[in-house]
Design a binder for this molecule. Structure first.
Ligand code: N01
Length: 539
């Protein structure tokens, strides 16, 4: 796991400035070169996509399929993959089945396991990038530092660490799991050992024989702990809140299954359909009937009882809230790793660091060589928000100071032609995010097509439509397990408002985003010429 995949190797300068050198067409080369030399006349594109994870790659594929080829995908990293590039910690794997955690238009008959590892998913995204001709659109190592709507020109000006573009539309596909959250703890700066976040794993560091503290008990910690426990001298898990854990039914997919999927692609689709149906049936319990989840909770209790013999440890690991309130964790190996003789669970949050001594809120101390923060991401305060400025010059972060809100998770009043992939309230508690991403891409493509057919330049939701959408959504949220389950999760803002999850089925969201409803939008026509330089259809 620690070994780097070929895609992780730093790319040569020519390649990392955008597409692989061999892929670059003449017009594309012109665009890139102009970026470097001509800062006053920024090249213009129809669409600037921010991010190249599942959302950005999916957007690229759908744009090309819609016949829109003058777009760039701006990526701050040196390769595609988003959260599946950044999270390379030992044991990193998906907890949604492989055949469901992939694009519907790029089914993969060759998934090696029922739940894919990080490297397979990352390689899959690299393959999709190649197969769908996205390399020429990619601008790697281009961190977006600002995106600003220019009302006089009815366009966006997008500034990156390596050049500027103007664009008719911006697609924000930065995802909720992109910027690590590390608690601001007294004394942490003076810790003499190594410290890193789970999504910034230090692959140079050998943990063998070290005293290691893992902070947090979310989906990342559950995978990290069993992967490192056998090699470390001592492992302490700082657990502020225990999670509910169910067994992970992971297995190798046999050669026969793969052969059948390859020979009969419909079987891959059927497998996906079955996985989807099972998850879709579960939604009602999370959203409308949390009481039903008691049965699932019993399974989790039994799993804990079977795997942890020590009653004191079992008590520590038993949550006091309804299962599903926080993301349900899947693992066969987490509890056995915690029950191992070199492990201890400190049932308290990490409060401060004194030299190499970690001090929990309950006063428990642990001497550590390494601290691994599995403390999650900036989710409810989407970091791109402070870099995006709308029609009145206001930032999205200011606009969202009381919590993120959009129309259909996709568009925000005051920010014309800004489209989100995984926007506010589009997350899922128990299903594949790729389904939601594809719904938002349907909406994006329909919006761009609508603009073209109406001869309009931009659109933004009416205040009324956005308000009604969020009122209805928050009303539905009241009954969900995320609200009633008795926990505090990362789905919620400081004020306890859920601005992260979609309180319904993925089918309902698919229907809600199938078509853009023009009665929900104000249209804007361009007043001034589009841009100083129009980049010709690049590829
Ligand atoms: O982060 P988290 P994550 N002392 O936010 C704790 C996705 N993902 O990286 O619960 C001690 O869930 C905090 O405590 P509490 C998935 O969507 C997917 O694990 O707030 N602990 C919590 O336990 C997932 O949900 C896969 O009381 C402290 C933890 O840090 C999301 O990523 C795999 C603390 C943060 O948990 C994030 O998961 C991995 C302190 N001072 C991740 N401060 C898939 O398989 C914070 N915490 C798809």
């Amino acid at each position: 796991m620690a070994a780097r995949t070929p895609q992780q190797r730093p790319r040569p300068a020519a390649e990392s400035s955008g597409a692989a050198a061999t892929d670059r067409t003449a017009t594309d080369r012109t665009a890139t070169d102009r970026t470097a030399t001509d800062r006053t006349e920024a090249p213009h594109v129809a669409v600037a996509v921010i991010g190249s994870g599942f959302g950005g790659i999916g957007a690229g594929v759908r744009l090309r399929r819609a016949g829109i080829t003058d777009f760039v995908i701006l990526e701050r990293g040196d390769s595609v993959g988003g959260t599946w590039r950044d999270n390379s910690y030992p044991g990193c794997a998906c907890d949604v089945p492989s055949h469901l955690y992939s694009f519907s238009f790029a089914l993969n008959p060759d998934w090696p396991r029922s739940f894919s590892g990080q490297q397979e998913i990352r390689a899959y995204l690299e393959r999709v990038t190649d197969t769908y001709g996205l390399r020429p659109h990619l601008r790697l190592n281009h961190e977006v530092t600002e995106a600003r709507w220019e009302p006089a020109h009815t366009r966006w000006r997008v500034t990156t660490s390596r050049g500027e573009w103007t664009a008719d539309a911006v697609v924000s596909a930065t995802g909720p799991l992109s910027d690590p959250q590390v608690p601001d703890l007294p004394g942490l700066d003076a810790f003499p050992g190594q410290v890193f976040h789970s999504s910034r794993w230090d692959h140079e560091l050998d943990l063998t024989g070290k005293r290691v503290a893992v902070i947090g008990t979310g989906a990342s910690a559950v995978q990290i702990v069993p992967s490192i426990q056998p090699k470390v001298a001592r492992l302490a898990l700082f657990q502020r809140t225990p999670g509910w854990v169910l067994p992970k039914m992971d297995r190798e997919i046999s050669e026969l299954e793969k052969r059948i999927h390859r020979a009969l692609p419909v079987t891959t689709a059927l497998r996906r359909g079955a996985l989807f149906a099972v998850r879709e049936l579960q939604v009602d319990a999370f959203v409308r009937r949390p009481g039903v989840l008691k049965l699932v909770q019993r399974l989790a209790e039994r799993h804990l009882a079977r795997q942890v013999a020590d009653p004191a440890l079992r008590a520590k690991l038993t949550p006091d809230y309804r299962i599903g309130c926080k993301r349900i964790l899947l693992s066969h190996t987490f509890y056995p790793a915690l029950a191992a003789p070199n492990s201890e669970v400190i049932a308290s949050g990490l409060r401060e660091v004194r030299g190499s001594t970690l001090v929990a809120a309950d006063g428990t101390e642990f001497e550590a060589d390494v601290i691994i923060f599995a403390t999650g991401f900036h989710v409810t305060d989407m970091p791109i928000g402070s870099r995006v400025f709308g029609a009145e010059g206001q930032s999205l972060a200011e606009e969202w100071k009381d919590g993120m809100a959009a129309l259909r998770g996709s568009t925000v009043r005051g920010f014309p032609n800004l489209f989100f992939v995984i926007g506010p309230n589009t997350g899922l508690g128990n299903n594949s995010m790729i389904l939601m991403i594809e719904s938002q891409l349907n909406y994006l493509i329909d919006a761009l097509g609508t603009l073209r057919s109406l001869g309009a330049t931009a659109l933004q939701p009416t205040e009324r439509a956005q308000r009604h959408w969020n009122q209805r959504l928050q009303h539905r949220m009241e009954r969900t397990v995320w609200t009633t389950g008795g926990c505090r999760s990362w789905y919620l803002t400081e004020d306890g408002k859920n601005t992260t999850l979609w309180p319904g089925s993925t089918s309902a969201f698919r229907r809600a985003t199938r078509r853009l409803d023009l009665t929900e939008y104000d249209l804007i026509k361009r007043q001034a010429p589009a841009a100083a330089t129009k980049q010709e259809a690049a590829v």
